[in-house]
Design a binder for this molecule. Structure first.
Ligand code: BGC
Length: 918
């Protein structure tokens, strides 16, 4: 055989064979090492971080039997495990394993690796590639820096962004440099002319008086040996910009301030710290105005070229003022920072009836536009951001209410690339004013900004409208997960409305990894809770008055109970419920204190917010409105929370609490029945939401549930297969129908495409979820401009049912975080296929089905170190094959049959089932 023939034909086969053998017989390997849910986080102040890893194998039935972890502060000798050697621990645990070594030191990098044993081999895996985490300053005593403010008088009208700078020299070779920074306001830092980090709108938004996050950056590569300079610009942001619709400004203070500490370690082991202090200088620069709602005014003529370089002449700069703000509220950044993500180019350049030039980016998104422009010094270019065009084709500004949402640039002349710094916009269309000559769409790039939450979920079906709905749900999440879960990203609101986050939280945890995102926000739920336990309507609580009047409403404030539980279920994060338990219990206590005889029937309630209400004026139409008694709703949510408290207390071993909640729950249900139900089971509100909530939370005696389901189904029929639910009924509408065997009706609702329905906006061209079912009317006019957002994720809560029911991916509530997965798809809706996948901490869970004539093919993937119960839709076990073989021959057994499903218990692996005669 010639060498060529060998290389061409035999070598590839040989390599393939080798690859196959390695995959089949190799020890399992370990991958995807996470510390506190993140890859190699820098600046972590958690004293006992939790380590997670995945077993990388597609082999069947692989379970970890033991692990060994070693941790060192030195990359080269991680094998020595100088900080921790766990030894071989016989355990299946591969998620959230607490660090068990020596007390962590501040500002220290810890390298770790892990190896595992599994049930397929007596030999351990190879040690994983090392990962690391780096601690932050860990406690207030390690802050050396002083808070500084600008040294020149402020301009309280436009509040231009102050610049701060300091030049410094490093005399020796730098081994490492770490910058710790935060601000009152938003900051952007540069060292030697280069941007520090890739995060935006730092330090993000928290209840600043309680928690102010600082960020940690490895800036080693930005430093020079010799002359250096650091420069920082501050923006008003959430700190002193106006927040809320009532024109409140300066909620946290009226002056911006900076705190930064640069820790340099030299190659010889010595160290030096450059901190904000009296030696810094301040001035203003090109950002003349900057507000979250209103946008930014940038005068490029005022750029201070080279101001973050050491050679810059700063003699005319002012000094600074040192302020005694202290460090008590400082906490290390816990969640993913806001970063740039997708970039989108205009799909059309339009000329409006009023002769304006408008760019259509084809997608409602959140971020800003980067503009490349050539002009003369002083030319003014204004970009105005809107979500919609009105029916005539003009930008629809009214729904922004008072938010200006404009980026204004005064050019310095020549060709320049510009983008805002301390603001963001929710938009699909941008009106461009001030450019002369033809517009080149290539000069405009929309940049999305959102918390760097990893995308974990994919969902697709054979129905393109449903796929668009899924896309709209995910885009709604992108746009509104900007450090805080916001209601909307465009008008003068953009607040952390608890209700919106609560109803969407379960869906959110399918689409993106939101464990750390919500963990951070829930710390502020606790921090902003009133002494009587009431949770404010928005977190951070910028609507706060002296009394808890804007707190304690059903479906909103119980975000403080529901979201921790939902995260526990989705991620198995026990520490989160441990940490939140006091807050959860306090809110539960609040509800108990306002309820009389176990009935919560007083006080303000949002109720089933934005349910179907006709405003056409005619009595016949009004009769069609679907208003549900707000206290009936509140009682159902009281039961919901009490049930979750019962479950949480049980998980945490708080048996007395669990017993109390169990007994209370029974009384709450009785009180509901007495107050809102006739003896035959009719509810005082004959609405979908009333029956949905009563069924979802087991408010009705068991014998009366079937007729309640019938009433719900009749009600759906009465509205000709339209939903009429609002924020609180919507998430449970399809789940309740499925639970009681009426998935057929759920599909009808899902596929309905006239108002009110999920697909109506899709048919109207929506690219995100709308705030109201009819934010835009069929004649292309709009709902009330005072409250019509086109990017509000709440109604996207149907996504949870799509994943959990259509493709049937769910976690066992007793083995949360997909340690044991339940796969139970519900083919229907005329779909020929549906598939979803979810990246869990263990690996990917996948469930898909395809329908062809009378057979159903189901593909399931279960990650290593987990198990699953798969429900294959089939008449009986004989009708099911796996991998083309009868069940027994493929090594699987049916564990039983249950209402049209064959139940099969499996371990890890990829499975292909066919169900004939289906
Ligand atoms: C927000 C909501 C919020 C509601 C509560 C609105 O202004 O946009 O989504 O939940 O107020 O009333």
């Amino acid at each position: 055989m010639s060498r060529n023939t060998f290389v061409r034909y035999c070598l590839p086969c040989f390599l393939l064979f080798q690859l196959l053998m390695t995959r089949l017989f190799a020890q399992v390997s370990v991958q995807q090492l996470l510390t506190e849910n993140r890859t190699n986080p820098i600046g972590l102040d958690v004293t006992i971080p939790r380590l997670s890893w995945q077993l990388a194998t597609v082999k069947r039935n692989v379970m970890q039997t033991a692990y060994e972890i070693r941790v060192s502060t030195d990359a080269a000798s991680v094998a020595k495990g100088t900080s921790w050697q766990s030894g071989r621990v016989a355990s299946e645990q591969s998620v959230h394993v607490p660090y068990g070594g020596a007390a962590l030191q501040p500002s220290q990098r810890y390298y770790w690796q892990v190896r595992v044993w599994d049930n397929t081999s007596p030999k351990p895996s190879a040690w994983s590639t090392p990962a690391f985490w780096q601690t932050g300053l860990m406690n207030a005593a390690n802050w050396k820096a002083k808070w500084i403010q600008q040294g020149f008088p402020g301009d309280s009208v436009h509040s231009p962004s102050p610049l701060f700078r300091k030049a410094f020299a490093t005399s020796k070779k730098v081994r490492s440099a770490v910058l710790y920074m935060t601000a009152h306001g938003i900051y952007e830092a540069q060292i030697n002319g280069k941007r520090v980090g890739d995060a935006y709108l730092t330090p993000g938004w928290t209840s600043y008086n309680q928690h102010l996050q600082y960020q940690t950056y490895d800036v080693t590569t930005l430093l020079n040996q010799g002359q250096n300079a650091i420069g920082v610009t501050l923006g008003s942001g959430w700190y002193r910009g106006r927040m809320g619709w009532a024109d409140q400004k300066n909620i946290y203070g009226n002056q911006l301030a900076l705190l930064g500490q640069l820790a340099i370690t030299y190659a010889d082991g010595s160290s030096e710290t450059i901190s904000t202090d009296e030696s810094w200088k301040s001035s203003t620069g090109p950002i003349r105005f900057s507000e979250i709602y209103d946008g930014e005014v940038y005068d490029a003529r005022l750029e201070k070229t080279g101001w973050t370089l050491s050679a810059y002449a700063d003699a005319d700069w002012s000094g600074i003022m040192v302020k005694p703000f202290g460090y008590a509220n400082l906490v290390a950044n816990y969640n993913e920072l806001i970063r740039r993500h997708e970039t989108v180019k205009p799909v059309k350049v339009l000329t409006t009836p009023k002769g304006k030039t408008v760019l259509d980016f084809g997608q409602n998104l959140v971020g800003w536009v980067q503009l490349r422009v050539t002009g003369k010094a002083g030319d003014k270019v204004v970009l105005s951001h809107v979500e919609m065009l009105d029916k005539f084709g003009n930008p629809y500004l009214e729904n922004l209410r008072t938010a200006k949402a404009q980026a204004t640039y005064l050019l310095k002349g020549g060709t320049e690339t510009l983008e805002p710094h301390f603001t963001f916009f929710g938009f699909r269309y941008v009106q461009v004013d001030g450019l002369t000559g033809p517009i080149n769409p290539a000069d405009f790039t929309a940049v999305t900004l959102y918390s760097d939450i990893p995308k974990t979920g994919e969902f697709a079906t054979s129905n393109p409208l449903i796929n668009q709905l899924q896309s709209n749900i995910q885009w709604g999440q992108r746009g509104n997960f900007l450090d805080v879960p916001t209601d909307c990203p465009q008008r003068d609101e953009r607040l952390g409305w608890t209700g919106d986050a609560e109803v969407f939280s379960r869906t959110a945890a399918f689409n993106f990894g939101v464990n750390s995102f919500f963990t951070k926000w829930l710390k502020d739920v606790s921090a902003d809770q009133f002494p009587n336990g009431a949770v404010p309507f928005v977190i951070p609580d910028v609507l706060r008055g002296p009394n808890p009047s804007m707190a304690g409403a059903a479906g909103w404030s119980d975000a403080g109970i529901i979201i921790p539980w939902n995260m526990y279920v989705a991620y198995g994060d026990r520490r989160l419920i441990e940490q939140q338990y006091a807050s959860m219990k306090a809110y539960q206590g609040y509800m108990e204190s306002v309820a009389k005889n176990d009935l919560w029937s007083e006080g303000f309630q949002f109720g089933d917010w934005l349910s179907f209400v006709t405003t056409e004026g005619s009595p016949a139409f009004e009769a069609k409105s679907a208003f549900t008694d707000v206290h009936l709703v509140a009682q159902c949510f009281y039961a919901y929370s009490t049930d979750l408290m019962r479950k949480t207390a049980t998980v945490l071993g708080k048996t007395d609490d669990a017993a109390h909640y169990t007994a209370l729950l029974e009384r709450i249900r009785k009180a509901f029945q007495q107050a809102y139900m006739t003896p035959t089971g009719r509810l005082i509100s004959d609405t979908q939401t009333a029956y949905v909530l009563a069924l979802q939370f087991d408010m009705l005696p068991e014998n009366l549930r079937p007729q309640a389901v019938d009433r719900l189904v009749d009600n759906v029929k009465k509205y000709e297969n339209h939903l009429t639910t609002g924020f609180l009924g919507t998430p449970f509408l399809c789940p309740v129908l499925s639970r009681f065997g009426r998935t057929d009706v759920a599909y009808k609702l899902l596929l309905q495409d006239t108002y009110p329905s999920w697909l109506y906006p899709v048919k109207m061209g929506a690219t995100t979820i709308w705030e109201r079912w009819d934010s835009m009317k069929p004649d292309s006019t709009f709902q009330s401009p005072s409250m019509t957002s086109f990017n509000h994720y709440a109604y996207g809560a149907v996504g949870d049912w799509m994943y959990r029911t259509i493709t049937g991916i769910d976690t066992d509530e007793t083995k949360t975080g997909y340690k044991h997965t339940i796969i139970r798809p519900h083919p229907g809706g005329g779909f020929t296929s549906a598939e979803a996948s979810l990246k869990t901490y263990y690996g990917t869970v996948r469930s898909g089905w395809k329908r062809a004539s009378d057979a159903l093919t189901m593909t399931v993937e279960i990650p290593a170190n987990t198990t699953a119960t798969i429900y294959v839709p089939a008449k009986n076990a004989e009708a099911v094959q796996e991998g083309g073989k009868p069940l027994g021959a493929s090594g699987l057994t049916a564990a039983g049959t249950e209402s049209g499903y064959v139940q099969i218990k499996v371990g890890s692996g990829v499975y292909t089932f066919t169900s004939s005669g289906f």
